[in-house]
Design a binder for this molecule. Structure first.
Ligand SMILES: [Mn+2]
Length: 301
């Protein structure tokens, strides 16, 4: 599983906030910090090895379900209080305190509000929050990038942020074989304009130190008139990861949920057991049938 900018940014900002409030805090992440995020100086503070300890409070960020915290979830049982801060609509409310805001663009947006409440902000926290908000809003191009988001960014920009550097660090990470993989996928792209859906299927997939899935979606989004975008990836012999994106009105969280996953209305995913072709056929026939039942918002098809 790739660590995303929002999970990382919100965790680092929370750690910095707790430190400023003179709390003793440990920051655990189940996975290693991807190379593309090592420009965040405080990412060095993250611990990947988990030692079972007793905590007063465990704070979980940008995580819809406690099982997604990997080996860190072992610590949830030995804390007096679990605080669950998230913006996934599919959140399972696993905390003792749940701050779930599906209308927020990102967990970093919630962390911004929290830092402001405590009157805490500095260059480092601002960089983390900027990174999380930028990545979760597709660089401010998704519908979640509303006026509040832009006001927050305007405020964060007072802290010496270089958007071009952040963008380059995160998005200019492809090697030549990655571009060739993308070209191959695009050559076999499938399109059903009667349902406004398009998709690609990769028969072999290895996670990189950066988010190739998002790059592929950003290319697919260039297609005029398409509403739902899907990527099918054979991630192991018997497991297929399916990612969903929608542009304006289809609720892809509901689609992912039907197949045991979840996420947001405009971005979701699931992992299904089986082989690529069978799952592709199953999901596509479901989406063709149901995508427009699951629309939301104000736009008509
Ligand atoms: Mn997020």
């Amino acid at each position: 599983m790739n660590v995303e900018g929002d999970a990382l940014g919100s965790a680092l900002a929370m750690y910095a906030l707790l430190k400023k409030l003179k709390k003793r805090a440990v920051l655990y992440l189940n996975d290693a910090v991807p190379d593309i995020y090592k420009f965040l100086p405080s990412s060095r503070m993250i611990k990947n090895t988990f030692r079972k300890e007793r905590f007063d409070t465990v704070i979980v960020l940008d995580c819809s379900d406690s099982s997604r915290t990997g080996k860190v979830k072992d610590s949830l049982g030995c804390a007096d209080c679990i605080v669950n801060i998230d913006h996934h609509i599919s959140n399972t409310y696993f905390g003792d305190i749940n701050w779930i805001a599906p209308q927020a663009s990102s967990a970093c947006q919630l962390l911004y509000e929290l830092c402001r409440q405590f009157g805490v902000m500095d260059d480092e926290i601002a960089l983390c929050l900027y990174t999380g908000i930028a990545t979760d809003t597709g660089n401010f191009t998704f519908s979640s990038a509303d006026s509040r988001v832009h006001k927050i960014i305007a405020d964060l920009m007072k802290h010496n942020i270089k958007p071009n550097r952040v963008f380059e660090n995160i998005h200019s990470a492809c090697e030549i074989h990655d571009l060739k993989l993308i070209t191959g996928l695009m050559a076999s792209l499938k399109l059903d304009m009667s349902r406004k859906i398009c998709w690609v299927a990769a028969d072999k997939w290895e996670d990189k130190g950066f988010d190739l899935t998002e790059i592929i979606f950003s290319i697919m989004r260039l297609l005029k008139g398409v509403e739902v975008f899907m990527i099918f990836k054979q991630i192991s012999a018997n497991k297929v990861r399916v990612n969903f994106r929608s542009r304006e009105y289809v609720d892809v969280n509901k689609i992912a949920k039907f197949f045991g996953g979840g996420g947001h209305r405009r971005a979701s995913g699931t992992t299904v057991e089986g082989n690529l072709k069978a799952i592709e056929d199953k999901v596509i026939s479901f989406v063709k049938k149901h995508a427009y039942i699951y629309k939301n918002g104000y736009k008509k098809k």
